[in-house]
Design a protein around this ligand. Structure first.
Ligand code: AMP
Length: 556
C-alpha cells in the first residue's frame, strides 16, 4: 500500500483474548504479536501499584492478587453500575478496556516501528446502542481515532470472503468466544458482504464451560474431604480453580482426560476429569447454541433465506471438538474452522484498508479533477467511488502502487442489520402503555423510519418521549421486555386538540448509532433532536479525565 494511504489497524477487543492486525505491503492481513511474542493477549488487567499490566502476566497474577486483577470486563461494557475500585480510585469498564487497547497498540508500534493512530474496533453483533458507544470510547480514551465499530461476525466474514471465497454463497458464522456467542447469516458476493440476520447470547462463551468445570471441582473437593465448605468464597482458591479449569478445558480439546490438582486450606485433592464427564456437565450449553441458531434461522426465513451453503466456526471455544460435532449432527453440514483466534482482527484490518482506500481514491480523484479542470471539480465534490469508475481505472493505470485488488476491496459494499429493535412508549388501543417499535431487529441498516403518534389530551403542554431498546421482533412489545436508552420532551403550543399528530423519526446508521427527532408538524412545527441517554457510558468530565490519565500512561 502506498504511504499516502493512512494505515488503519483492526482491533479485536475480546472478552477473554484480544488482538490487533494490519494489512502488510503485499495486501495480506497479518496479526501483530505482542511483546511476549504471542498473537493474542489475555484481556486481563492487573493494577500493580501505580503500574498497569495487561495480558499473560496479569492473568497469572490473578492467583496471587485476586483483588487487583480485572477479567471479563467486556461483559460489563455500557453498564451504569459497574465500577472497579483500586487504591481509592474508581474505573469504569471503558477505561479498563482502554488499557487493553493501549497494550495491543503500544506493542504493535514497537514491533512494526511505526506510529498507530487509526483503528477499527470490533464488537459482538448484538451489542446495543450503549455498549457500542462504550466500545468506541475505549479507543478514544486510549488516544486513538476510532474510525468505525464493526461487528465481530461481519469482520470474520470479511476475512473469510476476501481470503477464501471465490464464488457467491450464504454462510453461517458460528462465533463462540470467551464470553459471548454470536450466530450470524451472511451473504458473500464478490462486490458485497451482506448481513442477513443475527442472534446470540452475550452471556454464553468459553468461560461458562470453565465455570462448569469449577463447579465440578468444588463438588469433588467436598466429596473427597467430606466437607460442605464453599471453597469458592476464598478468592485465592477461586482464581486458582478458574485458571486450572480453563487449562483443563484446553487439554480436553486434544486428550481424553486430564489431571487437576485442587489445593485449599492445606488440603490437596487430585481429580481426573474425563472428556466424557466434561461433555456431560456442559451439554446444555451446547444445546443452547443450537437453539439460538435455530431461532436465528427462523428469523432469516422471514427475509426469504431458507438455506445456507456452509457454516464457518470462529472464536477460540470452537476448538472444543464437541462443538463441531454437535453442529454437524444438528444441521447436517460439516462446519469449517476458520482461523478461530485471528479472523476477527484480520477482518477488521481488511475493513480498515477498505476505508483507507476509499478515502484515498476519492482524494486522488478530486485532486486530478482540480488539476484538469479546477472549476468543475469544485462543483462536484461529493461522490462515491462507484460513480467515478473510469477515473479510478485511469488512476490505476498511471500509478503502479495502486493494486487493482485493493481498489476492488474499496468498492465492496458491507451492509448490516439492526442488532436490536428500537421504539418509544405509547398507549395502545386498550389504554395500556407498550413499546411501539419503529426499527425492528434484523432489518437492514442504514434505515430511517418516521411514524406519527397522537397527543393524549387536548391542550397538552408537552410530550415526553421515552426511547426503548429491546430484543423482540414485534412492532408492539410489553414494557418489561425493553430498556430505556433515552428521553426527550417536546414542548407544544397551547390550544392543540387531543390526538394532534407528533412525527417521530428514528435513523439508525451502519455502525448502529441512533439519531432521533420529533416534530409537531402542523401548528408550531416545533422540533427536538433527542439525545440518547448515555449515562451508562463514560462521558463528559469523566471521559476527559480518563483521557488525561491515559495520555502518557505506559501499559506493560
Ligand atoms: P476468543 O474470545 O475467540 O479469543 O475465545 C477465547 C475462548 O476460547 C476462551 O474461553 C478460551 O479458553 C477458549 N479456547 C482457546 N483455545 C481453546 C482450546 N484449544 N480448547 C478449548 N477452548 C479454547
Amino acid at each position: 500500500m502506498s504511504s499516502e494511504y493512512q494505515r488503519i489497524f483492526g482491533v479485536d477487543l475480546g472478552t477473554t483474548y484480544s488482538s490487533i492486525a494490519y494489512m502488510d505491503d503485499y495486501g495480506k492481513p497479518v496479526v501483530v504479536p505482542n511483546s511476549e511474542n504471542q498473537p493474542i493477549t489475555p484481556s486481563v488487567v492487573f493494577f500493580d501499584g501505580d503500574s498497569i499490566v495487561v495480558g499473560e502476566v496479569a492473568k497469572e497474577s490473578s492467583k496471587l492478587y485476586p483483588h487487583d486483577v480485572v477479567s471479563f470486563v467486556k461483559r460489563s461494557m455500557g453498564e451504569a453500575d459497574f465500577v472497579f475500585e483500586h487504591n481509592g480510585r474508581t474505573f469504569r469498564a471503558e477505561e479498563i478496556s482502554s488499557f487493553i487497547i493501549r497494550k495491543l497498540v503500544q506493542d504493535a508500534e514497537k514491533h512494526l516501528g511505526e506510529k498507530i493512530e487509526d483503528v477499527v474496533v470490533t464488537c459482538p453483533a448484538y451489542f446495543g446502542i450503549n455498549e457500542r458507544e462504550a466500545t468506541r470510547r475505549c479507543g478514544e480514551i486510549a488516544g486513538y481515532n476510532v474510525r468505525q465499530i464493526i461487528n465481530e461476525p461481519t469482520a470474520a466474514a470479511i476475512a473469510y470472503g476476501t481470503m477464501e471465497v471465490k464464488d457467491e454463497r450464504v454462510v453461517l458464522v458460528y462465533d463462540l468466544g470467551g464470553g459471548t456467542f454470536d450466530i450470524t447469516m451472511i451473504e458473500i458476493q464478490s462486490s458485497a458482504i451482506e448481513v442477513i440476520c443475527t442472534g446470540g447470547d452475550h452471556n454464553l462463551g468459553g468461560k461458562d464451560w470453565d465455570d462448569r468445570i469449577v463447579a465440578y471441582l468444588v463438588q469433588e473437593f467436598q466429596n473427597a474431604t467430606k466437607s460442605t465448605e464453599d471453597i469458592l468464597e476464598d478468592p485465592d482458591t477461586c482464581q486458582d480453580l478458574l485458571l486450572s479449569a480453563e487449562k483443563a478445558k484446553k487439554v480436553l480439546s486434544h486428550r481424553d482426560k486430564t489431571p487437576i490438582l485442587i489445593t485449599h486450606g492445606g488440603e490437596r485433592v487430585k481429580v481426573t476429569l474425563e472428556r466424557r464427564k466434561f461433555h456431560e456437565i456442559t451439554q446444555d450449553l451446547l444445546e443452547r447454541t443450537a437453539a439460538l441458531t435455530h431461532e436465528m434461522l427462523e428469523e432469516a426465513k422471514k427475509k426469504g433465506y431458507w438455506n445456507f451453503d456452509e457454516i464457518i466456526m470462529v472464536g477460540g471455544a470452537t476448538r472444543m471438538p464437541q462443538v463441531g460435532a454437535r453442529i454437524q449432527k444438528e444441521f447436517g453440514v460439516k462446519p469449517r474452522m476458520f482461523d478461530p483466534d485471528e479472523a476477527v482482527a484480520k477482518g477488521a484490518a481488511i475493513y480498515g484498508l477498505k476505508l483507507a482506500m476509499n478515502e484515498g481514491l476519492k482524494r486522488k480523484v478530486t485532486r486530478r479533477r482540480e488539476r484538469d479542470n479546477p472549476k468543475s471539480a469544485k462543483e462536484t465534490q461529493e461522490f462515491e467511488i462507484d460513480d467515478v469508475l473510469e477515473e479510478v481505472e485511469q488512476l490505476v493505470s498511471e500509478n503502479e502502487n495502486l493494486r487493482p485488488a485493493d481498489v476492488r476491496l474499496s468498492r465492496v459494499r458491507v451492509t448490516n442489520v439492526a442488532s436490536k429493535s428500537f421504539g418509544i412508549i405509547a398507549v395502545n388501543s386498550k389504554d395500556e402503555e407498550v413499546v411501539f417499535n419503529l426499527i425492528l431487529k434484523n432489518t437492514d441498516v442504514p434505515n430511517v423510519i418516521t411514524k406519527s403518534f397522537g397527543t393524549a389530551a387536548a391542550d397538552q403542554e408537552a410530550v415526553s418521549i421515552q426511547i426503548m431498546e429491546n430484543d423482540t421482533t414485534d412492532i408492539m412489545t410489553p414494557l418489561h421486555e425493553a430498556v430505556e436508552i433515552g428521553t426527550a420532551v417536546l414542548q407544544l403550543p397551547g390550544g392543540l386538540a387531543a390526538d394532534t399528530p407528533i412525527e417521530i423519526t428514528f435513523k439508525l446508521n451502519e455502525e448502529g448509532r441512533l439519531e432521533i427527532s420529533a416534530i409537531e408538524p402542523t401548528a408550531s412545527k416545533k422540533k427536538v433532536d433527542v439525545a440518547i441517554d448515555t449515562q451508562s457510558v463514560i462521558g463528559g468530565e469523566e471521559l476527559e479525565a480518563a483521557k488525561a490519565r491515559s495520555s502518557g500512561l505506559v501499559v506493560s
